[in-house]
Design a protein around this ligand. Structure first.
Ligand SMILES: Cc1ncc(COP(=O)(O)O)c(C=O)c1O
Length: 459
């Protein structure tokens, strides 16, 4: 097995010529930048909120520990990266319960499943000749079904730059230990992308479009050849519906309901290109597969999976919850509107980071910064000088303070990522809530610095 560790380099263009993601430029922290006009009309920028927070007694007041304790709290403290916040207006009471307690194979419930597939495909802009099905096991189930059903025909290149892509690499390596498969790992550390110019069109390629645990996404798919022999298998779970997917460059795309649409976990979506279907039918995987990964029947694609006849029993409550999310997404105007909301959220945090000395983006290259998983590291010299486990202890403590204040839940870095914060910026998160969160992050960090100076480095 080959293993290379590289920083980010796009095959398509040198870094400084790659299009900026979402129009987010990278202003120098010392130069003034615009605080208006970059976000949609219902938002203001984080720095505008900062100005308000810092300059008016209405927004901030000093407490007796001499830290500025903001008065305004986010209306909803849920910033988890999965399961993600439900869409605005969501209520359990509005979900259709007509099909609960009925067989999912009966005519009407099955039609509800089929319609969830159709609406999801439409929202995503899936080409008409692709197949979309619901899989057991959430995104993980959909990815694993693809890996175990399709890999083995040619060498496999796995792009690894955060935790989940690393998990896929581990599984593929295990597969390669039992069979003769060449596996090449192209790795980068948290914050970077591997060298995309190493893409080989003769090989199968496995990657995550958006690395949720590092907040690093691929800026585009220009590095993938349209004419290729290998299949491109893309885990798009925290990208789907918030980032543009160019289906010409992909053969398998997976995601789960619990991310951008704020649906429920446990159900995965698996989209297959005609090339992927042809391989399943003409060059089936050279191995026995468990039932939950089996996509064919008598040598042909099991069409049922792709029209609502799921492999095993789905939750009809989760299906109705998805329909509710699709109603919301469609009412906003579809994919472009969802993406714009996520971009607004990215801009808010980008502005705050630009204005704030103690933080920096974890993703180094601005073109790779996710608009859904917003990953932040702490660069303050006092904090940075602490041992890693002490830093992690302080993050835990700050997150506890923020949770106790009902300001932010679940925003600590992923357990194997560098110490910092990870905020979900997907479209179900209100931009105003991120604006209102940033002064609280400043508050928590000031409190942390004060405690460090009083108590030494122990968190
Ligand atoms: C990139 C990526 N892949 C896979 C998963 C696993 O998703 P699930 O738990 O829905 O299977 C996650 C979860 O956050 C993820 O971020």
């Amino acid at each position: 097995m080959n293993e290379t560790v590289t920083g980010f380099r796009s095959a398509a263009a040198p870094v400084n010529t790659i299009l900026q993601v979402s129009g987010v430029a990278e202003p120098d922290k010392n130069t003034p930048h615009s605080t208006s006009g970059e976000t949609s009309s219902h938002t203001q920028t984080a720095s505008a909120a900062h100005n308000t927070a810092d300059s008016t007694a209405a927004h901030a007041a000093s407490d007796n520990t001499a830290q500025t304790r903001p008065r305004v709290k986010p209306a909803d403290p849920r910033f988890s990266s999965g399961p993600c916040r439900k869409h605005p207006g969501w209520s359990l009471n509005t979900l259709n319960t007509d099909y609960l307690g009925r067989s999912h194979r009966a005519k009407e419930p099955k039609a509800r499943l089929a319609s969830a597939i159709e609406r999801s495909a439409k929202l995503l802009g899936l080409p008409a000749d692709w197949k979309l099905g619901i899989m057991p096991g959430s995104d993980t189930g959909a990815v694993e079904a693809a890996l175990w059903s399709l890999l083995g025909q040619r060498p496999v290149d796995v792009l690894v730059w955060e935790s989940f892509s690393s998990d896929w690499a581990t599984d593929i390596k295990q597969l390669a230990e039992c069979e003769t498969i060449t596996v090449n790992l192209h790795k980068a550390d948290y914050g970077d992308l591997p060298d995309l110019s190493r893409y080989n069109p003769a090989h199968d390629t496995v990657f995550a479009f958006n690395g949720t645990t590092s907040g690093v996404r691929v800026p585009d798919l220009d590095w993938i050849h349209t004419e290729r022999e290998g299949l491109v298998i893309c885990d798009a779970t925290s990208a789907a519906y918030a980032q543009p997917l160019n289906f010409e460059k992909l053969d398998v795309v997976t995601w789960s309901w619990q991310k951008v649409l704020g649906g429920e976990a446990a159900h995965g979506m698996l989209a297959l290109s005609p090339r992927a279907v042809a391989q399943l039918e003409n060059r089936p995987a050279p191995r026995a597969l468990p039932k939950v990964f089996t996509l064919t029947k008598k040598g042909l694609l099991n069409a049922g999976i792709f029209n609502g006849a799921t492999i095993n029993t789905p939750s009809m409550l989760c299906v109705e919850d998805l329909h509710s999310a699709l109603d919301w997404a469609e009412s906003l105007g579809g994919h472009a509107a969802l993406e714009a909301l996520a971009n607004d959220n990215l801009n808010v945090i980008n502005d705050w980071i630009t204005d704030t000395e103690w933080v920096e983006w974890l993703p180094v290259d601005p073109t790779t910064r996710s608009n859904t998983s917003l990953c932040i590291k702490i660069v303050d010299p006092v904090f940075a000088a602490l041992p890693e486990d002490t830093q992690q202890g302080w993050i835990k403590t700050m997150c506890q303070w923020l949770a106790e204040e009902h300001v932010a839940f679940d925003i600590a870095h992923y357990r194997t990522a560098p110490a910092g914060f990870r905020l979900w910026g997907g479209p179900t998160v209100a931009t105003q809530d991120l604006i209102d969160l940033t002064p609280w992050l400043d508050w928590a960090f000031k409190r942390c610095l004060k405690d460090i100076s009083l108590n030494g480095e122990n968190a």
